[in-house]
Design a binder for this molecule. Structure first.
Ligand SMILES: Nc1ncnc2c1ncn2[C@@H]1O[C@H](COP(=O)(O)OP(=O)(O)OP(=O)(O)O)[C@@H](O)[C@H]1O
Ligand SMILES: O=C(O)C1=C[C@@H](O)[C@@H](O)[C@H](O)C1
Ligand SMILES: [Mg+2]
Length: 170
């Protein structure tokens, strides 16, 4: 770990907000490395997230995720995308204090249409729109509370969202 290292920006928001997509664009634009805690958990366990939910259960996944977030916040200097539910853990809310945190906001219609019927998001299996509504309603106050900035993504391309984030960081 490098002393004093911290991400330039941490992206939070629900599935379909575009965290991973926008993080990649920001990394390119800023010439910085991109890290995504979902990928970190998959690399650490050698297992896809959807399989982790089945094999270990959500609680175990959340514990692994919290560890991955704490490590990345402490040692990553580039752009960091968090898993969509990571902010719901109080220890993670605490760990995010003092960081530049951007909530990529998205409305129900666009979020549901972006994630579609992908089977890689275990929390959205079944009725995607209804699961997404519950998730957005219950999490929105937390996304807003941990964020230092909010960027709306509705009706914007990933490049336009990345541009809006770059303006905030300038
Ligand atoms: N602004 C946007 N406009 C249209 N489509 C988008 C936008 N941002 C992302 N997408 C598309 O939505 C899908 C989900 O994006 P992405 O995987 O980046 O979301 P995420 O926030 O990382 O989700 P998760 O929490 O599940 O990791 C992808 O197919 C991506 O191409
Ligand atoms: O919103 C969530 O709870 C999740 C989002 C994804 O990033 C993954 O971390 C996983 O599918 C759970
Ligand atoms: Mg992602």
């Amino acid at each position: 770990m490098t002393a004093g290292a911290r991400p330039v920006v941490v992206l939070v928001g629900p599935p379909g907000a575009g965290k991973s997509t926008v993080a990649a664009l920001l990394g390119e634009a800023l010439g910085l490395e991109v890290r995504d805690t979902d990928s970190d958990v998959e690399a650490a366990t050698g297992t896809a997230i959807a399989d982790l939910f089945v094999t270990y259960g959500e609680d175990r996944f959340r514990a692994l995720e919290a560890e991955a977030v704490a490590t990345a916040l402490a040692e990553h200097r580039g752009v960091l995308a968090l898993g969509g539910g990571a902010v719901m853990r109080p220890a993670t809310q605490e760990a995010l204090r003092g960081h530049t945190v951007v909530f990529l906001d998205v409305g129900l219609a666009e979020a549901a249409s972006r994630v579609g019927l992908s089977s890689s998001r275990p929390l959205l299996l079944g009725n995607v729109r209804s699961q997404m509504k519950g998730l957005l309603d219950s999490r929105r106050p937390t996304y807003e509370a941990v964020a230092t900035h909010v960027v709306s993504t509705d009706g914007r391309t990933p490049s336009e969202v990345a541009e809006a984030v770059l303006i905030l960081l300038a």
